[in-house]
Design a protein around this ligand. Structure first.
Ligand SMILES: *Cc1c(COP(=O)(O)O)cnc(C)c1O
Length: 399
């Protein structure tokens, strides 16, 4: 049977304590034991069916984790308080002093800063490469390399990682392939294509309401158990645990993710096609002109489309800023970072979300000043939106 992430989420059946249609929220940070012996066993790692303390796990977190594991088709998962709270423990669980990482150079600014500026303090070095060039990726691998790291669709340039090909490389060299799938939930299922670990910021499309932060690690039971170990588990010891209120809230939003992703994708595809026809430099994986269009197409779960993210080049930072201010004034969206909201969000990545990346490197990777990143919203009438956006672009001199 064909893998369908939304069906997998929907097929779960959770009841609340009193037969509620939503599972009860676990309103406790600590849990009682009927015997002292079972408390001891739980500390020793035999936690089957027992809850200890909510930084380790809670019933609400397990419900959300299980739904996300179903979405990615991994054995299990563990949620965290933020996306970075999921990503950083994965890296620190796998790497120690002397180890090396090969990472895509076009990744989320925070992840980039962590590997570039923070992990070297612990003796972990990273080589940043163009992830779309497999020969370059392979050439960067050394005997010390432990991790191959990328984003399915990268922030902010929307480069697409060829997950099956990278998985082959990782296997050949004994590396763990970690894929951040924040930009393309449901659209692409990296674990089905050979990724060992899939991470997400739940703060974006998955929660979709821009009201709550969250992250998740989807992986094997062995790996997740290791990150939760009370003795040396990076998730447990670094402490970025999710609160039960949050996981309960995100689980409710996760249930409409398939409907939202289809609408985000439909609207983004519509605008990308029009913008390109109008002569704007437009980047969208669904466009035939996108260098990795075929790679995306070969990996995608078709019904969810090519995602809600696109970029255009307004020519200069000044024009980009004027255009964004005007679009906000006309209520076409908000000048804000983040993504996956019902409203369109736009920002100039060079001066915001990717400002951690030095200017020279930005240039080298093709991140020019005038680029505007759009997270296209759930607009009911995208033709109207397009007409209004086009009017702004003409007014500002972008078109
Ligand atoms: C936002 C984001 C993160 C970080 O997530 P937070 O929830 O903000 O900690 C990681 N990766 C990508 C691709 C993101 O967009």
């Amino acid at each position: 049977m064909k893998f369908n992430p939304a069906n997998n989420i929907q097929d779960l059946q959770y009841f609340g304590e009193f037969g509620g249609v939503n599972p009860s929220i676990s309103d406790s940070t600590t849990y009682t034991f009927l015997s002292a012996k079972s408390m001891f066993d739980t500390f020793e790692g035999n936690t089957e069916g027992c809850y200890l303390y909510s930084r380790h796990t809670s019933p609400s977190n397990l419900y959300l984790s299980e739904a996300l594991a179903q979405m990615e088709g991994t054995e299990t998962a563990n949620v965290a308080s933020t996306g970075m709270g999921a990503i950083t423990p994965v890296i620190l669980q796998l790497c120690g002093a002397g180890d090396h990482i090969v990472s895509s150079r076009t990744i989320y600014g925070g992840t980039y800063a962590f590997m570039k500026n923070f992990t070297p303090r612990m003796g972990i070095e990273t080589s940043f490469v163009d992830i779309t060039k497999l020969d370059v990726v392979e050439a960067a691998i050394t005997p010390k390399t432990k991790i191959l790291y990328c984003e399915t669709v990268s922030n902010p340039l929307l480069e697409v990682a060829d997950v099956p090909a990278l998985s082959k490389l990782a296997k050949k060299h004994g590396l763990t392939l970690i894929v951040d799938n924040t930009f393309s939930p449901l659209c692409i299922s990296p674990a089905q294509l050979g990724a060992d670990i899939v991470v997400h910021s739940l703060t974006k499309f998955i929660n979709g309401a821009s009201d709550t932060m969250g992250g998740v690690i989807c992986a094997s039971r062995e790996f997740i158990d290791a990150t939760k170990s009370v003795n040396d588990g990076a998730s447990m010891l670094l402490g970025a645990a999710m609160d039960s209120q949050q996981s309960s809230s995100i689980l409710k939003n996760l249930r409409t993710l398939h409907i939202r992703m289809k609408q985000h994708s439909k609207n983004a595809a519509y605008l990308a096609e029009r913008f390109e026809k109008d002569g704007l430099k437009t980047v969208y994986p669904g466009l035939k002109s996108h260098p990795s269009h075929e790679v995306f197409k070969a990996m995608m779960n078709e019904e969810y489309g090519y995602g809600g993210m696109l970029t255009i080049d307004a020519g200069s930072l000044e024009k980009a800023n004027t255009l964004m201010e005007l679009m906000q004034e006309r209520n076409l969206g908000y000048l804000a970072v983040s993504l996956g909201f019902y409203k369109t969000l736009f920002s100039a990545p060079g001066t915001s979300t990717s400002s951690e990346i030095p200017e020279e490197e930005q240039k080298e990777m093709g991140l020019s000043d005038g680029i505007i990143r759009f997270s296209i919203g759930l607009d009911n009438d995208i033709e109207r939106t397009y007409a209004m956006m086009k009017a702004c672009m003409v007014e500002v001199g972008v078109l």
